[in-house]
Design a binder for this molecule. Structure first.
Ligand code: COA
Length: 387
């Protein structure tokens, strides 16, 4: 693709167990995105809007993109809901990038929202489970933690890696989250706490799991050649890639590699025309600690089995060779399903403009964001560059 789109504004609510409903969360994120545009953007100039959400949280609202139009103050423009489970945000961003790159839109709004804490546990498990396979997984009682637990067991055995590699992911992401005012968890944790935590789906314990969060995020996307009308420091989208795989993990040939991520990664790098070595930091989909290790390998930054060693060596820490999830990731920043992929773009926007505060990655000028739906059935990869 090569820089056919740019992000000129971004907003993010706090993620966590919040009192606000999804409408207010959306409004806050969108207002913040508009306020962040250096030379201002008119709401009347928005000509397309994309809403990423699994079900508008416990509301389970269909046709919910119209609500984005209302809350953003752009009622009347075409609005589209994008639902690809936890990858909804990445796919909504992709749709906006394609809309501006094709010339069909000149100012696109992308927003993601989820309200998850208003549901009782059993109903939430059922609701989340619909994003996985129903016949072989959900109805058999397998949760997402259960599926990722199976994947983690296989990974540790296949590569002779110990559970301390998973714990290192959790410790790092909690440390980063502690520096992020928008994070669900702002508490550092120690490896011994990870090891001693209650088991959720062996070998995954409490600290290996992302939490159940509410929250919203929004970004404004324009054609690359119009970006400097809005700001002197746009963030260019150099490449977007996407992929899919069988919904049920039993239909896949390999449990420890996500083909959807691999395909999305290859496509994004081909479009961006850059090398992996030129990427300053990654925002990857760490819904469970094992998912961060798989991501590093599937994205091409570590050899099979190598991500654990890389993490234990401290290479993925905020001041390491390749910082991963400087915002705390899904693990500590939180995972309000539809908001997650848009929140990753928000983080790239802040970091690449040197505006990430205490969690700033020194010298960041190129970012990769990676968003996964379910247990790897859908995925997007986006490569962004400082303008
Ligand atoms: N990481 C760290 N701490 C967590 C946590 C997490 N993921 N989830 C909850 N906690 C903490 C809470 O803050 C609370 O701490 P406190 O006692 O100091 O207040 C304590 O653990 C108990 O919280 P509670 O909400 O009762 O936990 P729970 O047992 O109901 O839920 C999980 C824990 C891991 C089961 C739940 O967070 C979960 O289901 N996560 C995965 C969500 C998911 O599958 N998303 C889709 C991914 S594909």
């Amino acid at each position: 693709m090569g820089e056919r789109a740019a992000i000129v504004g971004a907003g993010h609510t706090r993620f966590g167990a919040l009192d606000d409903g999804p409408r207010l969360l959306l409004r806050r994120a969108v207002d913040a995105a508009f306020s962040s545009v250096d030379r201002g953007a008119e709401r009347s100039s928005i000509d397309s809007a994309f809403l990423a959400t699994l079900g508008f949280g416990g509301w389970q609202l269909g046709n919910s993109s119209a609500v984005l139009g209302e809350e953003a103050g752009v009622s009347g423009v075409p609005t589209t809901r994008v639902e690809n489970a936890c990858a909804s945000g990445g796919f909504a961003l992709r749709a906006a990038v394609e809309a501006v790159a094709s010339g069909s839109s000149e100012l696109a709004l992308v927003a993601g929202v989820e309200k998850m804490t208003d549901l009782p546990n059993a109903r939430r498990r059922y609701w989340l489970g619909v994003s996985g396979d129903t016949e072989w997984e959900r109805l058999a009682g397998l949760t997402f933690a259960g599926v990722y637990g199976l994947i983690a067991s296989r990974y540790l055995a296949e590569h002779r890696v110990g559970p301390e590699a998973l714990a290192a992911v959790a410790v790092k992401n909690h440390e980063n989250g502690a520096l992020n005012p928008n994070a669900h968890f702002r508490k550092p944790i120690r490896p011994d706490q990870v090891a001693a935590a209650p088991r959720v789906a062996d070998p995954l314990g409490l600290y290996d799991c992302c939490p159940v969060s509410d929250g919203a995020a929004a970004v404004l996307v324009v054609p690359a050649e119009r970006a400097r009308r809005y700001t002197d420091t746009p963030v260019y989208v150099e490449g977007v890639g996407a992929g899919s795989d069988a919904l049920a993990v039993q239909e896949r040939t390999d449990l420890t590699r996500f083909a959807a991520t691999r395909r999305a990664s290859e496509e994004a790098f081909r479009a961006a025309g850059c090398e992996r070595g030129s990427v300053s930091f990654l925002e990857v989909h760490d819904c469970f600690t094992i998912a961060e290790l798989l991501a590093l390998e599937d994205l091409g930054f570590a050899s099979p089995g190598g991500a654990g060693r890389m993490t234990l060596a401290g290479e993925t820490q905020r001041r390491g060779r390749l910082p991963v999830n400087p915002d705390g990731g899904l693990k500590a920043k939180g995972h309000p399903i539809g908001a997650t992929g848009v929140g990753q773009a928000y983080e790239a926007f802040c970091q690449l403009r040197g505006a990430a505060g205490a969690r700033q990655v020194a010298g960041a000028d190129r970012a990769l964001t990676h968003n996964v739906g379910g247990a790897g059935a859908t995925a997007t990869v986006t490569i962004l560059r400082a303008g």
